[in-house]
Structures are given as structure tokens and as C-alpha cells.
Design a protein around this ligand. Structure first.
Ligand code: 6PG
Length: 465
């Protein structure tokens, strides 16, 4: 094989194969390798397959660039281990998977010692995105990014006349941004799922009606990829039986872990992300199917059927979704701000919002006002403090409250909407009941308390038994 390949891809699963096709189509000679020889054999020209990592490396122009698209965790370390003997100083490895960001930092440090540059690059867009243009979130070696920039800009989605790729920062900045992207993805999917539950159990809408509602929403201010594909889902026939596929799918969803990592890391950084936490919690509750089935026979609640005006209910629900989605982004962006300071990423949140406008799973019309909010004020502490976005939520709060009330009255669980509302109400409260928490801690454990009217740390001789 001639050493003229621009990039090699390791891991020819759905993402790897589609990305390889995308790269080749943009005119960059590319080759792929997979441990499974079947997947290599399946490559057709102009794609080239390599039988061994060595063959892949030998076919690449120096300094080499290799993109890993293997599952997060051990497979990434194994792929790096297989590659290393065939690499030279100055070569670059790009991890395009959903790696946990601390693993990325470790790998970057280990490889730096060996003269290999490392990029941790979040890739979003699923199968279709990989093929037609994903959103790319690279971080790590700036020099390596510059070298690959022309290729990355060609293969990425385009939005607002710009490619959906930008250098995000050193170390694991790119993978951290992808982590939060996925946390937001969990949050929005939970809100959409709750809206579905309300319409199905509460209003008794059938799949055609549900399709119509989501289609209309996806053409208005709620427009976005997740809304569009939700509309699509309700039309899909079941190829194994009568009716629609959606009604044959189990009511539990698996998770690979990125949403959970987002919640866990936010906890560690003391950043509240209750909407994302609620989404992860609901996936866990969804997974406990048998236990829920048993409980449903023993525990009863109100009649879930809504008796009021249907159109009014749907209008409120659309507004509640809009507010909930803004609040989900607000939480995710606030987490990125703190993580950036903590990990020295130097993130530019306008840039993050800009590259999420196309290609990725959470792409939505709303990302343009979010981008504009950070353009107006780069150091914006929270999206809710932007006049336009703050107003977008404030104006819809009555609908959010109405929707949450409906869930409470009908006994339909809405932890995503409730968390969104509680985040809004908590964030806009100058005074929260932390004084009582302090008092209790001091009373039961002499943990001391701070006063509102003077500096210092106090302990009270609690009386009144
Ligand atoms: C993307 C998706 C992608 C993947 C998720 C699914 O941006 O293209 O987020 O990365 O589909 O990891 O996550 P769960 O399996 O945890 O739901």
C-alpha cells in the first residue's frame, strides 16, 4: 500500500464505517482497520482496508493521523497498545468515541511521553451524522488539531455558514463537552418522553395524533433533531406484528453511561443539574420493569385521564417543553462553565453552542439564541440571566406550572418537568431555606453556622428542649 493515506480509522462499526465513507467522499484518501476481518473485507473502493494495524500505519502519510472509533473503556487502550509499535514521533491519535474524560487525560499524558499527540474528540450525530456530517468536539493537542483542521472542517456538518467543529481546549476539553452534550441529550429526551406520557395516558392520543403534534412542534420554535425524530417514530409500522413499532417496544431504555457520568461529575463539582439527574434516575426506574409491574398491582393513584380542554393542554405542554429545554441547556452550560475553570479548559461557550447548531443529536433552533447569548456576554454565569432566554422561560412559567400540576393531579410522573421548574424557582430565589439546614447541622452535630448579618463562624448553645 502506498503511504499516501491522509487518515486511518480503527473500528469499523456503524460510526467508523460511515465516517470513513464521509472522509473519502470529501476527497481524503482513507483506510480502515478492524479486529473483525469481515468488517475490513466489507470495505469497497475508494475505501481501503488494512488487515493489521501495521498495514494501516504503513499506508499513511507521515506524520500519521489515526482516528479511533472503538467503544469507550478498555478497547481504546487496547487499540492504542496495538498501534504504538507502528507509530513514530509526531504522529497523532484521535479518540472519536465517548471516552470518559479522565481516561482521555491519562492517555494524552502517557502518549505525550512517547512523542505522540492526542486529541479527544467528541463526535455526535449517530449513524446519519457520521455519514453526512457530524458535530465534532475536539480537544487536546492544538498543533494536532491545526494539522487535521482542513479535513475535520470538510467532514463536519455546516450550520450558519460555518463548519460544526472547533478546537475547544487542552486535555480532555473535547470529551468533556461531549459528556455534557450527552447529559443535555438525556435531559431533553426525558422531557419529550414525559410529554408523550402526558399525551398518551392523559389525553389518550393515538400514534397518528402524536405524530401530528410532534411534527407541528418540530416545525415551530421547538424545532430540533430530537423533536423531528420523535415525530417520525410514531409513524413506523411494526414489521413483526400489527400496529406501530413504538407500541411493541419495551418501556425500559438502556444507557451506556454518559448521562450518568455527567450527573456524577456535576455532583463532584457541586453544580446543580437536576434535570439531567432526573433523566438518569428515570432510566434506572424504567429499567426496573418487573418490580414496577408488581407495584402497579398493589399501589394505586388517580385516574390518569385528563378531563379539561385538550387544545389548551397541548399549548401549555408545548410552552412547558420549550421552557424545560432552555432550563436543561442552562444547567448543562453552567456545568461546562465550572468544569472549564476547574480543569483549565478555557472553554468558549459561544463556540460550543455554535458547533452544536448542526450535526449533533441536540441540534435545535434554540441553539442560535444560546450562541447569541454568549456572544453578547462571554462570561454569562447562567443562560437564565440572558435577557432573551430569561424572558423565554419567565413568559412560559405559567405553562410549566400548569403542566407540572397536570402530572401531579393525574398521577403521571414528570420528574424532568418538575426538576426544570424547581431549578427555575430555586435559581430565582434570593433566599432559600439553607438557614434551617445550617441550624439543624449546628444543633445535632455542632457543625457551626454562618450569619447573614456578620462574618465569622458561630455555634449556638441550642436550648428549648
Ligand atoms: C451522539 C449520541 C451517541 C450515543 C449515546 C447514547 O451524540 O451521537 O449521544 O454518543 O448514541 O452515547 O447514549 P446512551 O446509550 O447512554 O443512551
Amino acid at each position: 500500500m502506498m503511504a499516501d493515506g491522509e487518515i486511518g480509522v480503527i473500528g469499523l462499526g456503524v460510526m467508523g464505517r460511515n465516517l470513513l465513507l464521509n472522509i473519502a467522499e470529501k476527497g481524503f484518501p482513507a483506510a480502515g482497520y478492524d479486529r473483525n476481518p469481515e468488517k475490513v473485507r466489507a470495505l469497497a473502493p475508494p475505501l481501503r482496508g488494512a488487515r493489521e494495524p501495521k498495514e494501516l500505519c504503513d499506508g499513511l502519510r507521515a506524520p500519521r493521523a489515526i482516528l479511533l472509533l472503538v467503544p469507550a473503556g478498555d478497547p481504546v487502550d487496547e487499540a492504542i497498545g496495538e498501534l504504538l509499535p507502528h507509530l513514530d514521533e509526531g504522529d497523532v491519535i484521535v479518540d472519536g468515541g465517548n471516552s470518559f474524560y479522565r481516561d482521555t487525560d491519562r492517555r494524552a499524558a502517557e502518549l505525550l511521553d512517547q512523542g505522540i499527540a492526542y486529541l479527544g474528540m467528541g463526535i455526535s450525530g449517530g449513524e446519519e451524522g457520521a455519514r453526512l456530517g457530524p458535530s465534532l468536539m475536539p480537544g487536546g493537542s492544538l498543533e494536532a488539531f491545526r494539522r487535521l483542521q482542513p479535513l475535520l472542517e470538510k467532514i463536519a456538518a455546516q450550520a450558519g455558514g460555518e463548519p460544526c467543529v472547533a478546537y475547544l481546549g487542552p486535555g480532555s476539553a473535547g470529551h468533556y463537552v461531549k459528556l455534557v452534550h450527552n447529559g443535555i441529550e438525556y435531559g431533553i429526551m426525558e422531557l419529550i418522553a414525559e410529554s408523550y406520557d402526558l399525551m398518551k395516558r392523559g389525553l389518550g392520543l393515538d400514534d397518528d395524533a402524536l405524530h401530528e403534534v410532534y411534527r407541528a412542534w418540530s416545525e415551530g420554535e421547538l424545532s430540533g433533531y430530537l423533536m423531528e425524530i420523535t415525530a417520525r417514530v410514531f409513524l413506523q409500522p411494526d414489521d413483526l406484528g400489527p400496529g406501530r413499532l413504538i407500541d411493541a417496544i419495551r418501556d425500559s431504555a438502556r444507557q451506556k453511561g454518559t448521562g450518568r457520568w455527567t450527573s456524577q461529575d456535576a455532583m463532584d463539582l457541586l453544580v446543580p443539574v437536576p434535570g439531567i439527574d432526573a433523566a438518569v434516575t428515570m432510566r434506572n426506574l424504567m429499567a426496573a420493569r418487573d418490580e414496577r409491574a408488581a407495584a402497579s398491582a398493589a399501589l394505586h393513584g388517580p385516574d390518569p385521564r385528563h378531563a379539561g380542554d385538550r387544545d389548551r393542554f397541548l399549548r401549555a405542554l408545548a410552552d412547558a417543553l420549550h421552557a424545560g429545554i432552555v432550563l436543561t441547556f442552562a444547567q448543562g452550560m453552567a456545568l461546562l462553565r465550572t468544569a472549564s475553570a476547574h480543569n483549565d479548559y478555557g472553554l468558549d461557550l459561544e463556540r460550543v453552542a455554535a458547533i452544536w447548531r448542526g450535526g449533533c443529536i441536540i441540534r435545535a433552533a434554540l441553539l442560535e439564541p444560546i450562541r447569541a447569548a454568549f456572544a453578547r456576554r462571554a462570561e454569562l454565569p447562567n443562560l437564565l440571566l440572558d435577557a432573551e432566554l430569561g424572558r423565554a422561560v419567565t413568559e412560559r412559567q405559567a405553562s410549566l406550572r400548569e403542566t407540572v400540576r397536570a402530572g401531579v393531579d393525574l398521577g403521571i410522573p414528570l420528574p424532568g418537568f418538575m426538576a426544570a421548574l424547581a431549578y427555575f424557582d430555586g435559581y430565582r430565589s434570593a433566599r432559600l431555606p439553607g438557614n434551617l439546614i445550617q441550624a439543624l447541622r449546628d444543633l445535632f452535630g455542632a457543625h457551626t453556622y454562618e450569619r447573614a448579618d456578620r462574618e465569622g463562624v458561630f455555634h449556638a448553645p441550642w436550648t428549648g428542649r
